[in-house]
Design a binder for this molecule. Structure first.
Ligand code: TMP
Length: 213
């Protein structure tokens, strides 16, 4: 039997990651494969506390270094408490965002030193990067349009990242695409303007091929 996969989903806000994770979870379960879904930041009790610290806008400006370390702390805990044990038990793990988000947001968009980010990731996860990453790529304008619609419907407030301007989000998108180009074996880029059904089908076909290896 092939070993269980560690699969991550990356991309802009409102690119449809949660929908695709749910669809893939349903497909895996229908195929008799145990699966665990989690998210970053968060996924553990401590991680969820860190999430609320890092996401919420407050009067005190969070320093970029603090922000980075809060994401890193959440990731270190999630790997040890949840992801690695689940893989050990034979479960396929689906994670909403992971280390590529740090490279795109803190590295490309905030401009933090990328060699340092590599060192930090080596410290947190060694060589144990995900087996497969789906990058749901969305033009910034479309991401903003979707976000605006959701905020109008739900009356929720922007989080700290949604507050950032177009230039920041363009750098995030460029960062994700650069990560994909540098890791073609791991990262599959998908056009997130396609229908959820089409995307779910392509993701499922890709995962089945990977599992059959
Ligand atoms: P989301 O869970 O709703 O996607 O929100 C998480 C936000 O945090 C999103 O705007 C991206 C940002 N983020 C980072 O900046 N760095 C990271 O390492 C991670 C995991 C998320």
């Amino acid at each position: 039997m092939s070993s269980p996969l560690f699969i991550t989903f990356e991309g802009a806000d409102k690119a449809g990651k949660s929908t695709q994770i749910r669809r893939l979870q349903e497909n895996l379960l229908a195929d008799g494969k145990p699966v665990l879904c989690t998210r970053e930041p968060g996924g553990t009790p401590l991680g969820e506390e860190l999430r609320s610290l890092v996401m919420v806008c407050r009067q005190e400006k969070l320093a970029d270094e603090t922000e980075l370390l809060l994401f890193a702390a959440s990731r270190a805990q999630l790997l040890r408490e949840t992801i690695w044990p689940a893989l050990q038990e034979g479960k396929t793990v689906l994670c909403d965002r992971f280390a590529d988000s740090t490279i795109a947001y803190q590295g490309f968009a905030r401009g933090m030193d990328r060699t340092f980010l590599d060192t930090l990731h080596h410290f947190i996860l060694g060589e144990r990067w995900p087996d497969l990453t789906f990058l749901l790529d969305l033009p910034v304008e479309e991401s903003f349009r979707r976000l605006h619609r959701v905020l109008q419907e739900t009356h929720e407030k922007n989080d700290r990242f949604e507050e950032e301007g177009r230039l920041f989000h363009q750098r995030v998108r460029d960062g994700f695409l650069a990560v994909a180009q540098a890791n073609p074996q791991r990262v599959v880029v998908l056009d997130a303007t396609r229908s959820p059904e089409e995307l779910a089908q392509e993701i499922w076909e890709t995962v089945k091929r990977r599992m059959a290896r």
